[in-house]
Design a protein around this ligand. Sequence first.
Ligand SMILES: [Zn+2]
Length: 299
Amino acid sequence: MPLAVVHHPAFAAALPVGHRFPMGKYARLSDILVADGVVAPDGFVVPSEAPESWLRLAHAPAYVDQVLGARVPARIAREIGFPVEATIARRARLSAGATVLASRLALEQGIACTTAGGSHHARRAAGAGFCVFNDVAVAACVLAADGVGRMLVVDLDVHQGDGTAEILAGTPQAFTVSMHAARNYPVRKVAGDLDIGLDDATGDDAYLRTLREMLPPLLDRVSPELVFYNAGVDPHRDDRLGRLALSDDGLRQRDACVIGACRDRGIPIACVIGGGYSDDVDVLAGRHAILHRTAARFV
Ligand SMILES: [Zn+2]
C-alpha cells in the first residue's frame, strides 16, 4: 500500500507580492512527491474544510467567528502576519481538515502525512506566527471526542509549540512535547508537558542524541494510541528563521527516529510538515519532502 498523503491545492493562498512567507512551497512539495514516485499522479487524498464544530473544540467561538467572517482585529492579524481574508481562512480550515483526515488514516493504516499543517502558534483565542487555526490541536480534540484516550504530540519544529501547549492543557488525553531552539520565537513560551530547549547552533550529533534519549522512553511511558509529529524543517542550518544547525541528513535521521520508534511499537503516526523558511522555494520544498520520503520507507 502506498503512503497516504493528504494534499489540497488551496493550502497555498494568495499573499501580497513580496510577502516573506514562502507560500509557494506547498505546490512545489506536491510536485516533488509525484516526481519522486512517493505519490502517484492523482494519488493525493483530498481533505475537506474543517467544520466550525471542529474548530470550536480547540478555539474560542468568538475567534472562529472573526476568522470565518474576515473580521480578525488588527492587533491579532499583525501577530498572525497574514491578511486574514477569505482565502487564508479557507486555507486554515483545509489544513485543519487535512490533519484530522491524516490522523484518522493513520489510525487505519499506521501512518499518514499531510503536505501542510503544524500551525502550532495558534492559541485558543488568537492566531500568531503565520498560524491561524491550530490544526494539530483541532485534530487532537476531534479524536478525543471520537474516543481516542491517549495521544502524544511530538513537536520538532525549531520554534516552541506554545499554542498547542496552551490549547491542549485542557485535554487530558493529549501529552505534548516540544524540542526547539531555546532562544528562538516565541519569546514567552507556554510550558507543555515536556519542553526541551536547545542551545543555538546545535548540530546533528547533539540533536539526535537528545532525541534518542528522550523519545523511546517517552513512548513507552505515555503509551499513546496515536502520535502527531510536527516535522518542521526550520532546525536546518540554512533556515532563515532557525537557530540550529541540522543538515539534510540530520533531518532524515530525525524523521526516521520518530517514525521508526512509533512503527516499531505499532503506534499510529500522523505527520505534518511544520515550518521551514527560505527564499529558495525549490530547496525548501525538497527539504520538506524528506519527511514524506522517509515516511514512505515505513509504510
Ligand atoms: Zn517553526
